[in-house]
Design a protein around this ligand. Structure first.
Ligand code: ATP
Ligand code: MG
Length: 447
């Protein structure tokens, strides 16, 4: 297919709509100092330099973007020559990172089309048997670059040379009408990169927009393509979907479009069986809590929500191991944690730095019921006591029963004076029988 035919097939425009400076609100005041530095340096170096993607889109929507993506006709090597603080990264998608301490500005080179069969292109681009792009490093012109972008609202370019916004796919109109619309044929674009299905959902919830019918229609049907996405990329998407303040909405939409099972297969199947099951109720509460904290500007650890997603799976594994295989409680608990973690890594690759806190949170659930003096103080001093306690609190809201008393006890104990603490520990003694209800004790009693 020639490029011309391709242009006609996709919904990009023959020539872009151009919005002059007085016709849009993208002001340099909205850009970070570092983003401006990079744009100017590229421009002075004789290259084209545009702000593109989320930066332009969000400013047009009246939001303040947190990161700025820049695109240029300079190749990564040419970019590297212009900036001392430049690192070239990526295999699938080669990019330049301009590093200013902790702030990194991402600079990409215009992407071109993949259909030319020259041997040089074959080296730079690669497709899997499922039509997925494994490598995307063919450089092109700005209009080709626009066609390779995902959604119309993301194909807007702010030119630092003339301060105009170039709109290649009617993105400004879609922003106005609050529509998420893929550029080109939706099925082809999802096959090239199934993550675009997740991005459609994320932008719909983040920007409070509707997914246009032909962009929405193929999602359920093509959802199984998600199985080919490497777990490391799934983790990145997990972070964006669940730690951006719209976790609950994203969770519901992922479930609706049958995409949730590629992140959390057990919760997805619990949900299909009973949307109101204890595991789903618990996860929902944690999602709500996470969104609330993020929207209040409080810190959240990705480990907490991950621990919640897997908690009921741990419990059911634990039951199987203690009841059916007669494994001692302690061994069963560690085995269950390790098995569930390993199983989860096949979907999303959770980095070690989050795996450890997750295990601590789970481990503390097993420690918190033990309130003999020494053990209680040890638990209180655990570096992740706070997360473990918060987790227990939410569990108690769903599970009720004994957990409510346990959660209340810890609520008082942690803030009590030394005297009150001693009293609480003493008055706890008569309720020792509660401990016998734990599977471990039950087994000992049976012996
Ligand atoms: P945000 O940063 O708020 O998540 P964004 O649109 O900037 O939104 P990025 O992931 O930073 O998203 O990507 C920057 C731009 O790169 C996008 O706006 C889009 O134009 C393009 N892009 C990113 N991922 C893809 C993809 N999978 N397929 C096609 N284009 C993409
Ligand atoms: Mg971005």
């Amino acid at each position: 297919m020639t490029n011309k035919a391709k242009t006609q097939q996709s919904n990009t425009l023959e020539s872009p709509l151009v919005f002059a400076r007085d016709e849009h609100n993208v002001s340099r005041n909205e850009l970070s100092e570092n983003a401006l530095k990079v744009l100017y340096r590229l421009n002075k170096g004789g290259y084209d330099a545009y702000l593109v993607g989320g930066g332009v889109r969000d400013i047009l929507l009246g939001e303040h973007p947190k990161d700025f993506d820049i695109v240029t006709n300079a190749t990564p090597e040419q970019i590297k020559k212009l900036f001392r603080n430049c690192r070239l990264i990526g295999r699938r998608f080669r990019l330049a990172h301009i590093v200013f301490g902790r702030d990194i500005i991402e600079v990409a080179t215009f992407r071109g089309h993949h259909d030319e069969q020259s041997s040089d292109n074959q080296k730079q681009s690669k497709q899997s048997a499922h039509g997925m792009l494994l490598r995307d490093n063919i450089y092109g012109t700005i209009d080709e670059d626009a066609e390779r972008r995902d959604f119309t609202i993301n194909a807007l370019y702010y030119n630092i040379a003339d301060f105009k916004v170039y709109d290649f796919a009617n993105g400004v109109a879609d922003i106005k009408n609050r529509v998420i619309r893929l550029i080109g044929d939706a099925e082809t674009r999802y096959r090239e990169d199934p993550v675009r299905m997740l991005r459609a959902i994320r932008f719909a919830t983040k920007l409070d927009m509707q997914i246009e019918p032909s962009t929405r229609e193929p999602i359920k049907r093509l959802a199984p393509l998600m199985a080919h996405i490497p777990p490391a990329r799934m983790f990145e998407e997990y972070m964006k979907l669940f730690l951006g303040g719209k976790a609950e909405q994203n969770f519901d939409m992922l479930a609706e479009y049958q995409l949730l099972e590629y992140f959390f297969p057990h919760i997805a199947s619990d949900m299909k069986a009973d949307d109101n099951s204890a595991s789903v109720q618990f996860v929902r509460k944690v999602l709500r809590n996470t969104d609330l904290r993020i929207n209040q500007g409080k810190r959240v650890t990705p480990a907490f929500l991950l621990a919640a997603m897997l908690w009921h799976r741990i419990e059911s594994q634990l039951n199987t191991l203690t009841e059916q295989q007669q494994m001692p409680f302690q061994d069963a608990f560690f085995t269950a944690m390790n098995e569930v973690m390993a199983e989860q890594q096949r979907c999303i690759a959770i980095p070690k730095r989050f795996q450890l806190p997750m295990k601590d949170i789970w481990f503390l659930q097993h420690k918190l019921p033990h309130r003999e003096a020494k053990k209680a103080f040890k638990t209180l001093e655990h570096p992740r006591f706070r997360a473990g306690y918060d987790f227990l609190l939410i569990r108690s809201e769903v599970e009720q029963g004994d957990l409510v008393e346990l959660a209340n006890w810890w609520t008082h104990f942690q803030h009590a004076s030394a005297d009150t603490k001693q009293q609480m520990l003493k008055s706890f003694k008569p309720t020792r029988s509660r401990r016998r209800r734990s599977p471990r004790k039950r087994k000992k009693v049976a012996e």
